[in-house]
Design a protein around this ligand. Structure first.
Ligand code: 4AD
Length: 441
């Protein structure tokens, strides 16, 4: 029987109707059971699940149709709301008419109701089915809430959103980790970061800018925290005293975001991810040198004296949580050898930089610094890093015509979301992840 989709309402709104009221709902069949002349269909749409019931002796045609249905078929149902203590949500729909809109091939390659039974690689191959699971779709509703909160925060603090080129002539974060692209009769690269352009916009007089956009890293990492394409939330602000001004701004943005997500999705996060999302209050600061000392004291070996590896970050997360009671903290003043050429070095302590990483639940989610805005020193630093000055003249000249002290940071959106939800593999927090092996779907 034909049902007009113009009358269709979301399942969440159907639950608001009273006993005896009529509703048209439509969605995917989540599950179906036939028991003693009664068909129980659990229907799923974006807003939830509702049980719909048809009895053979009351609606023979509907019952016959239901018997022939299976998981993931798309149907429209017209019926009457009925209180039902035994049903999920306390209500069900007594089916009066039903239309099959689209049938699913059988067997369905992965069962959205039981996504945990399927390994991640297969889930990603069938991502459009995997995302039909409430828990998996929730990750992206939370991402949406997080990025909205972050955008609001920066706008309310005088930043404007900008959109900079993703096809670029030079690497910004270090030489080898770029994807070349054929650009007519020459080569270009996919941007590793909006770094140079966001600095340019501060100097152009925008003073405070942010950008949310994809960045590309040609790193052959096979880890649970690296993607070759991820969404970066970059900020840059002028007229700062030092990197601490940037840190204050960033921590407020992150706390505001966690708070906003926790307020709106706290209950669902506990239900589906079995984790409590509390918003952090204090954000301790530890210098890089103190961090190494702490790791040393706790017997955590660090292979590179100028770096903190992922094991070190994790261990540090545990130590700081125990000693300072915080899951969010800064490590500051990284060694010059590990930071990009545009980073400002400390006065009288030039082996270290005015830089920071923000660690959340044992993983780096933000990296930032004050930038070198004095053209001559910048040029020297480019040389010192073994880069060709002529490739960066377009950038150096930005600082020759009046440039305020400035700084900024980049936040990995998937890492923030993964850490908020306790997700172990970052791929789950990217709609369609790209890694060294995966280029489809
Ligand atoms: O530390 P990164 O490379 O710093 C920059 O891009 C600078 N331009 C930022 C700045 O303003 N100084 O990256 C920044 C953040 C990291 O803290 C991490 O959260 C995330 O981006 N990130 C990645 N996320 C997923 N996959 C990868 N391969 C990532 N690399 C960095």
């Amino acid at each position: 029987m034909k049902i007009s989709l113009k009358e269709r309402i979301f399942i969440a709104d159907a639950f608001k109707k009273a006993q005896g009221e009529k509703a048209v709902v439509a969605g995917w069949i989540h599950s179906i059971r036939i028991v003693g002349g009664v068909a129980f269909i659990v229907l799923r749409d974006r807003t939830g699940l509702i049980q719909c019931v048809v009895k053979k002796d009351q609606n023979q045609e509907g019952y016959n149709l239901a018997k022939d249905l299976g998981s993931e078929d798309v149907v429209a149902i017209k019926g009457t709301l009925k209180e039902s203590k035994s049903s999920l949500g306390g209500k069900e729909i007594n089916i009066e008419a039903m239309e099959v809109i689209s049938r699913s091939e059988k067997p369905v390659p992965i069962d959205p109701e039981d996504w945990e039974k399927t390994n991640l690689a297969t889930r990603l191959d069938w991502r459009f089915l995997d995302l039909r699971a409430t828990r998996n779709r929730l990750i992206f509703e939370i991402t949406d809430a997080a990025i909205n909160a972050m955008r609001d925060f920066y706008r309310n603090n005088g930043f404007i959103e900008v959109f900079t080129p993703k096809i670029v002539a030079e690497a910004t974060e270090g030489g080898a980790e770029v994807f070349p692209v054929v650009y007519f009769d020459r080569y270009a690269y996919l941007a590793q970061s909006p770094q140079l352009y966001k600095q340019m916009m501060v100097v152009a007089g925008f003073e405070r800018v942010f950008e949310v956009g994809p960045v590309y890293r040609a790193e052959k990492h096979h880890t649970n925290r690296h993607l070759t394409e991820y969404e970066s939330v970059d900020i840059e602000m002028g007229f700062i005293e030092d990197h601490e001004d940037v840190m204050k701004m960033v921590e407020k943005a992150v706390i505001h975001t966690i708070q906003a997500v926790s307020q709106r999705f706290g209950k669902e996060i506990e239900q589906y991810f079995k984790i409590r999302l509390d918003s952090p209050k204090d954000v301790p600061r530890i210098t890089f040198r103190e961090a190494h000392k702490l790791l040393d004291e706790h017997g955590v070996k660090q292979p590179d004296p100028n770096d903190i590896d992922s094991e070190g970050e994790k261990a540090l997360g545990d130590i700081v949580e125990k000693e300072y009671g915080s899951q969010l903290f800064y490590v500051t003043e990284y060694p010059w050898v590990k930071r990009p050429f545009y980073t400002m070095r400390k006065e009288n302590d030039a082996d270290y930089t005015k830089s920071f990483d923000l660690i959340y639940r044992g993983m780096e989610i933000v990296s930032g610094s004050q930038r070198e805005h004095r053209a001559d020193i910048l040029e020297k630093q480019i040389r010192e890093k073994g880069l060709k000055v002529e490739n960066f003249n377009f950038f150096i000249k930005v600082f020759r015509y009046g440039a305020p002290p400035h700084g900024g940071s980049g936040l990995g959106l998937e890492r923030l979301v993964a850490q908020m939800l306790g997700i172990k593999n970052i791929r789950e927090a990217r709609l369609l992840p790209r890694d060294p092996e995966r280029l489809t779907p």
